[in-house]
Design a protein around this ligand. Structure first.
Ligand code: AMP
Length: 141
């Protein structure tokens, strides 16, 4: 994986507003927040996208996300929030080191907007085949 700005933050070469750190995980404030308290949670492991992250790092992040979220909500006096995780440039990823955004949603204007959500009704026959295909891939992974 190519070096990213988050590798430099992990090594302490670039400063950050640290929120949480353990052996596997670092959380810090986003430098361009879309809401007060916008926080990033990253694995120490340098995986570019979530599908390449080890089970151990994924478990470590998953186990602290709720606790970090609670701290973000208490510190910002917010009760609603989004967790966003982008993978790949077309999916709006700009830093190619896995990160979860914790974004408080204090009101309709601030925080994450959901302007484009192109929902349509599922085709159940197609859905059954697709889910079976995914189960097969999971069984061999
Ligand atoms: P994404 O578009 O999901 O890849 O989000 C990358 C995020 O990293 C953006 O919200 C940036 O504002 C944030 N970011 C980039 N550089 C830094 C930095 N040095 N410190 C904190 N956050 C950063």
């Amino acid at each position: 994986m190519e070096e990213t700005i988050f590798s430099k933050i992990l090594r302490g070469e670039i400063p950050c507003h640290e929120v949480y750190r353990d052996e596997h995980v670092l959380a810090f404030l986003d430098i361009q927040p879309i809401a007060h308290g916008h926080t990033l949670v990253i694995p120490v492991e340098p995986a570019a996208t979530l599908d390449r992250l080890s089970d151990a790092s994924a478990a470590a992040i998953g186990s602290v996300l709720p606790r970090i979220s609670r701290a973000v909500l208490k510190a910002t006096g917010t009760k609603d929030f989004n967790v966003l995780q982008n993978n790949g440039a077309p999916a709006h990823q700009t830093v190619f080191h896995v990160h979860f955004h914790i974004i408080p949603k204090p009101n309709a204007e601030e925080g994450l907007g959901m302007g484009g959500w192109p929902a349509k009704d599922i085709d159940h026959a197609e859905g059954a085949a697709l889910a079976a295909q995914m189960r097969a891939y999971l069984a061999e992974d």
